[in-house]
Design a binder for this molecule. Structure first.
Ligand SMILES: [Zn+2]
Length: 155
């Protein structure tokens, strides 16, 4: 009996360690609508990106992260990007993962940066929220085609 209890205690310890060590897999339902829209926008442009296996929230210093080896993206739920511009953040990570895009801090016009910018304020490419929605078309075009001409409002 004592051996069985020891073994059970060992199993419990093992499982609790495993749950700390491994991030969850699968697609989080809060992130999924943005992923669906990414594919919708890609298909509109005749682009067929590969698949995402994991999209989860995770604690980290950066706003997000993508891991090609496991086809995963991770989103920082406490980040300014997730709070004010969640689609752009998810699209940015998916572009690393599926469109081979690297960071690009090129300035566009006087105030703006590409959706792949990573040096500071995520609001350089803000397009969500009622006052900024007119910018979305440009940023989604630029996501799939970095050669997109700057929009009128950026000049
Ligand atoms: Zn990035």
């Amino acid at each position: 009996m004592k051996k069985v209890l020891t073994f059970l205690a060992f199993l419990i310890l093992l499982f609790s360690m495993a749950s700390c060590m491994y991030l969850e897999t699968g697609i989080d339902p809060e992130i999924k609508p943005f992923i669906d829209d990414f594919y919708k926008e890609a298909h509109k442009r005749g682009i067929n990106p590969g698949s995402v296996v994991t999209a989860q929230f995770a604690e980290m210093k950066s706003q997000g992260r993508s891991v090609k080896a496991s086809r995963a993206i991770y989103i920082n739920q406490d980040s300014e990007g997730w709070k004010s511009n969640p689609e752009a953040l998810v699209f940015h990570e998916l572009a690393h993962l599926l469109l081979d895009r690297d960071h690009d801090n090129t300035r566009i016009g006087k105030f703006y940066k590409t959706i792949m910018a990573n040096d500071g304020d995520p609001l350089y490419h803000r397009y969500e929220g009622e006052h900024f929605h007119y910018r979305r078309e440009y940023y989604v075009n630029e996501l799939f085609n970095p050669q997109t001409e700057p929009a009128e409002w950026m000049r």
